[in-house]
Design a protein around this ligand. Sequence first.
Ligand code: ATP
Ligand code: MG
Length: 654
Amino acid sequence: MAGAPDPLAGLDPDQLAAVTAPRGPVCVLAGAGTGKTRTIVSRIGHLIHAGHVSAGQVLAVTFTARAAGEMRTRLRALDIHAAQARTFHAAALRQLRYFWPRVVGGEQWELIDGKLRLVGQVANKLGIGTERETLRDLASEIEWAKASLIAPADYPAAVARFRRETPAPAEKVAEVYTGYEALKNRAHQLDFDDLLLHTAAALEEHSAVAEEFRDRYRCFVVDEYQDVTPLQQRVLDAWLGRRDDLTVVGDANQTIYSFAGASARPLLDFTRRFPEATVVRLERDYRSTPEVVSLANRVISAARDRPAGSRLRLIGQRKPGPDPVFVEYDDEPGEATAVAGRIKDLIDQGVALSEIAVLFRINAQSEVYEQALTELGIPYLVRGGERFFNRQEIRQATATLRTAAVQSPTGELPKLVRSLLEPLGLTADPPSGGAARERWESLLALVELAEELAATVADADLARYVHELDLRAQAQHPPTVEGVTLASLHSAKGLEWDAVFLVGLVDGTLPIQHADGNEAQIEEERRLLYVGVTRAREHLSLTWALARAEGGKRYRRRSRFLYGLIPENHPTARVAASATRRRDRGMPMIRHCRVCGDELAGTMAFKLGRCETCPVDLDHGLLERLRQWRLERSKALRVPVYVIFTDATLLAIA
Ligand code: ATP
Ligand code: MG
C-alpha cells in the first residue's frame, strides 16, 4: 500500500507491542484514554499493510453505533476501507440477512425496535400493571435474561442466584417472558437479542454456514470488551470456532452495563482461556490534561473491590490545563442556564460545537439543557442513533425521498435532496432557535449526507441515497449533525470531547436511587462517574443543584461521590447570593459544608453554609475575570496589582 499512512506512527512502546504482536490472542488491559481504541485500529492497519490478513477478513466489533463509526473513520484514515467495524447487533443483522434463506428460509421476519407494545399485551392478559414504568422494567428484565442466556423456565432460579430485584414476583416475570416470546414468534418478529441468538445458532447448527463464515472472516477484534454479555460472548465464540485470532481491549473500571448482563470476567480471565495470549498494559493517558487525569484517579481509587487487572493508575501525558470546576446551584433550571452560559463562553473562545458535551445519568435530565441551549441559540444533538432516525422530520423526509426515488428524478443529488426537503422545513436561512431550528439542523444533515455520497460514489442517484439512509437507520448510524452533544453517561463511553459538563450530580441521580443499599450497584454508579470524568480532554465541569424546580425546596444533596474529590481550597461557586437566606427555610436539619462537604456544626457555620475554617467560596467565573483584570491592570500600570479577598469584602490595591 504505497503512500498509505503508517499505522505504527506515533505509538508508544507498549502500544507498539500490542500492535505488532503475532497473530493470535492479544489482550490490552488499560485505563481510559490510554489509546486502546487507537491500538486496535493500528493493529488492524498493521496486519493488513504487512499482508498478514486482507481487509475483508477483518471483523471489528464494539458496543455503540457511534464508537463503530469512529472506528471506521480511523480505519479510513489509514486507507483501509473493506475492514468491517460494527456493533455486535449490526454485524449479526448483516450476517443473518445473508444466511437467513439457508438456515431458516420461509417468510421474511420483521425486526422490532423495542419491546414495550408486546410486553404490554402480555402483562395486560396476566393482570400485571401496565403502567409505562412497569412495562419498561419488565422489558429490561427480559433483555437481561436473554443477554445472560437465561431461558424463561430458568428465570426464577437465576434471579435468586444473582439476588436480583424484580419488577414483579419472579414467576410472574417468567410468565411475561414466555408470553412475549410466543407472541413475537407468532407474529414473525425478531427483537435485537434475537439477532444475536439466531446468528450464534446459525453458526453452531449449520456446519456449512459456519465454514463459509470462518473462511471469510479470520481476524476478530473487540473494543470495550469489559462490557461483553454472555450472549455476545456466545456469538463471538461461534464466529471464532477453533481459531484464536482475537484481539480484545478493555478497562474493567469502565464496566457500566452489568445491570444488563455484561461482565468484565471474560476480559480479566482472558489469559486463563488463552494462556499463550500476548497481554499488554497501558498507563499513559493521552486524552486528558493532568488535572483531569488526577481527578479520574481519585474517583476510581475510591472504588471498593477492584479486581486484580483493573488496578491501573493513569499517568497524564498532556500539558497542564484548567482545574476541573465544581459548582453548586440552587435549582436545576439555574444549573442548566449557567451551564449553557459557560458553553456559550467556550464557543466564543473558539471551542467547536462538536467538541462540547453535557453528560447526565438519566435521559430525563436532557430536557432542561435542551431548553437552556435553545434559549441561547446554541445547536445541540441528543445522542443515540435511534433518536435521530425516530425523529418525525426524518421519518417524513425518508418517506418523501423514497417516494421520489420510485417515480427517478434526475439532477445533481444534493440539490435534488435539498429541493425535496424544502417543504418539510429546510428553509434557505436557519430558524433562530427552538424546535424549528433542531428540525432544520437534522434536515440539513440529510443534505450533507447526500453531498458526502455524491463525493464518494460515482453516479449516486436518489435510489442509492435512500438505500444508504436505510442502511444507516438499521445500523443506527446517523449522519453528523453539528451541535453540542447531550448524552447519557452510558452512551458516552469510548468518546471524547474538549469540554465536558457532568451535570445533576446529586444523590439519587448519581448514584441512582435504586442502587441504594446494593454495594455492587453503587460501585457501578461510581464507575459511571469515572467514565464521565475521563471523557474530557481539557475542560471539565461538575455541577449539581439542590432543588429540582426553580425556587423549589432544597432537599437534595450533592452526590456522595464528590466528597473527597473537591480540593479543600476549591472555590465552590454558588450562584444567587440570596440563596443562603432562602435556603434556611426549607433545609433539612443536617447540612453539609459547601466547600469541603463535612457535616456542619454550630450556628455560625449554618449561617455561612460552610465550616468556619473552610476558605470562602467564590464565584469561579468572577475569580477568573478578576485574574484577567489583575493581569491587564498590572500590564497597564507596570506595577503588580494584587487582589485581596476577605470573607465579605473584596479589595483591589495597586
Ligand atoms: P477509552 O477507554 O475511553 O475508550 P481508549 O483507551 O480507547 O479510551 P483512545 O480513544 O484510543 O483511548 O485514545 C485517547 C486519545 O489519545 C485519542 O485522542 C488518541 O488519538 C490519543 N492517543 C492515543 N495514543 C496516543 C499516542 N501514542 N500519542 C498521542 N496520542 C495518542
Ligand atoms: Mg476506546
